[in-house]
Design a protein around this ligand. Structure first.
Ligand SMILES: *Cc1c(COP(=O)(O)O)cnc(C)c1O
Length: 357
């Protein structure tokens, strides 16, 4: 795949990946009692003071877990990378494609802060094209006008954090068809939106990377498990660069268990989406807010008529912690409210009503 290869840093093309014990012996005999594993300097006696054994290194390529995710997402296992949160995928993509002090990424503020932080850590420049103020949409034209020969990655977040809106398909298609670098679509909140994932289009766009996560809809933020979906060649590059055992054994086991609970997942989703709709309706009916931004995610961005910081402080005094997003471009005087449990949302509304009178 020349069109991908020519985008990759030379040292990464030349890189010979670390070969772990588990890479070199791939036999499916790990559970057999008859095989002696003395190839990885593990502790053969088990884990100290813990009934469950974590004494063996985990599968570096998470084959069982990827097979399940492949079924769920209707894709092939070789199009999947699993990371220690999707933040790991963001960092690895920048490291693979961007030459420090030379190449750049393009982001569309206001958006998720990690793209910028990961670029800064890697000493990679950042181009910014603000979202449209009227609807927080992107202008494909403005984005394409801003790219340079050094622009390697465009990060698009849909539904976008912190604004909550989906980016229009036509605008993204236009970028995918014109930009010769990598387009990353961050779908951390896609489960809450009524739109198909871009994963379904991977075959048409070999330079597309789709990010998803178990941190939001699946309720596993504490586990740290993120997904990247892309052309197998991009996945192979990420696998070459990633730490060998980046997804620990406990995470792989728990995720496999959770993936069997599809009914529970649907119940969570239904509750959270219904609560978002209710929260939005309640907020829009309150005179306290100048603007309540429509959301396809599990949060709602609001602009109070009063000082956002004052409302933020009041909510803290009522033991309710929200996110003040006022420092973000186009988000002056805004707070981001995550959808809580039904009881939490009721309490939030009650406290907000008390503030407005
Ligand atoms: C929460 C979030 C993520 C998830 O990050 P993890 O590292 O997987 O927890 C990714 N992108 C956006 C836009 C987010 O808001």
């Amino acid at each position: 795949m020349k069109e991908i290869e020519q985008l990759v840093r030379k040292n990464i093309i030349a890189l010979k990946a670390y070969s772990s014990a588990r890479d070199e012996f791939k036999g499916e005999t790990l559970s057999s009692n008859h095989t002696i594993f003395i190839d990885a300097n593990e502790n053969p006696l088990g884990s100290v003071g813990f009934a469950q054994s974590y004494n063996r290194y985990p599968d570096p390529t998470q084959r069982s877990l990827k097979d399940e995710i492949a079924k769920l997402k209707n894709t092939k296992a070789d199009t999947i990378f699993l990371g220690n949160g999707s933040d790991e995928a963001i960092d690895l993509l920048i490291r693979i494609f961007c030459e420090p002090q030379k190449d750049t990424i393009l982001i569309t503020p206001p958006t998720y802060g990690m793209y910028e932080v990961a670029a800064n850590i890697n000493d990679v420049g950042i181009e910014r094209v603000l979202l449209r103020e009227s609807d927080f949409g992107i202008s494909a034209e403005n984005i394409l006008a801003k790219i340079t020969p050094h622009t390697k990655l465009i990060f698009l977040c849909s539904p976008n954090n912190p604004t909550g809106n989906l980016l229009k398909r036509d605008d993204i298609v236009r970028i995918l068809q014109t930009f010769t670098g990598i387009v990353v679509i961050d779908e951390a909140y896609i489960d809450f939106a009524e739109t198909p994932s871009w994963i379904a289009t991977l075959q048409h766009y070999p330079r597309l990377v789709v990010l998803q996560t178990f941190s939001k809809a699946w309720g596993l933020a504490g586990l740290r498990l993120g997904m990247a979906f892309a052309h197998p060649m991009i996945i192979q590059l990420i696998n070459k660069v990633k730490p060998p055992y980046n997804i620990n054994q406990a995470t792989q086991e728990i995720a496999l268990t959770v993936l069997k609970q599809k009914n529970d997942y649907q119940k969570h989703l239904q509750t959270l989406i219904a609560e978002r709709v209710k929260l939005y309706d309640n907020l829009t009916r309150m005179p306290l807010f100048e603007k309540v931004f429509p959301s396809e995610a599990n949060f709602v961005l609001v602009r109070p008529k009063t000082d956002a910081q004052q409302l933020y402080d009041y909510l803290i005094s009522q033991s309710i912690i929200v996110r003040n997003r006022s420092s973000q471009p186009l988000c002056q005087n805004t707070l981001r409210l995550s959808v809580g449990s039904p009881a939490e949302n009721e309490l939030l509304i009650e406290k907000l009503r008390q503030f407005s009178i």
